[in-house]
Design a protein around this ligand. Structure first.
Ligand SMILES: [Zn+2]
Length: 255
């Protein structure tokens, strides 16, 4: 039975049986791993709150070799990142980030750069506008997982961008002449294309410190459509965020 250790982030969990929990981590050394935390749902569990979503810590596990699931020995909290769970908006945007990582990476496929990007993104979200942090993260996560859309030319005919009425498909931009022949494309304005280019290339602190203005909503739609194409379903976090917005609008109308 092999012992493993790594820095890791909790990216998901669900209950198992009476008192256990299956927890998904994204770890620096091993990439995405899933394991059973025995008795973690008991009141005086030794895991005591350590397995909350987005928590960064030091993971120690046993790999029995008999199952895909590891046996989690302990998880020592390094950064609880509790603020991400204290507002529904932060919770929704941070969930979108971890969903992206969860869906676009394979089990036990190490990706240290993506681990660094994820922990930096989650830390930034404690203090910076969550929508902007999430977009910056997802734009870079697509790049790092090999799904970087091409933005400098039409992927069908090779004509150089910009195009006044461009669309975005799986591989990248499609010009207005090629678009009618292709299904499932989403419109993207030249301003949003330029903003997306900046999100994935400019220094992180600059990106986080600069408002996106009117392109923010458009970029969320474009990146959501891109993720939906890649994972074969709309991200669950997007539905959650839509519901949060709807409820806060109702609350605002009543006030
Ligand atoms: Zn074209």
């Amino acid at each position: 039975m092999a012992l493993g250790k790594s820095s890791a982030v909790v990216i998901g969990s669900f209950p198992l049986g009476e008192s256990d929990r299956v927890v998904t981590f994204f770890s620096r050394e091993y990439g995405k791993v899933r394991g059973v935390a025995r008795a973690s749902r008991r009141p005086r569990s030794r895991f005591a709150g350590a397995l909350e979503l987005f928590t960064v810590g030091e993971l120690v596990f046993f790999d029995t070799g008999r199952s895909e699931l590891l046996r989690i020995d302990h998880f020592d909290v390094v950064r609880p990142l509790a603020r991400l769970r204290e507002s529904l908006e932060r919770l929704g945007h941070a969930s979108w980030m971890v969903e992206c990582v969860n869906r676009l990476t394979g089990e036990r496929d190490p990706h240290a750069a993506l681990y660094g990007l994820l922990t930096r993104g989650l830390r930034s979200m404690e203090v910076a506008p969550p929508g902007r942090v999430a977009l910056s993260f997802v734009a870079r996560c697509l790049d790092q997982t090999g799904h970087r859309p091409r933005l400098d030319a039409c992927v069908e005919c090779g004509r150089r961008a910009p195009f006044p009425r461009a669309r975005l498909g799986e591989g990248g931009l499609v010009c207005e002449a090629c678009a009618p022949c292709l299904p499932g494309l989403v419109p993207i304005s030249p301003a949003a294309t330029a903003a997306l280019e900046r999100l994935r290339g400019a220094p992180w602190e600059d990106v986080i410190g600069t408002p996106l203005g009117r392109t923010e909503g458009e970029l969320k739609t474009v990146l959501d459509a891109h993720m939906t194409r890649l994972i074969g379903m709309a991200p669950r976090a997007t539905k959650f965020l839509r519901e949060v917005r709807r409820l806060s609008k109702i609350a605002g109308d009543r006030a």
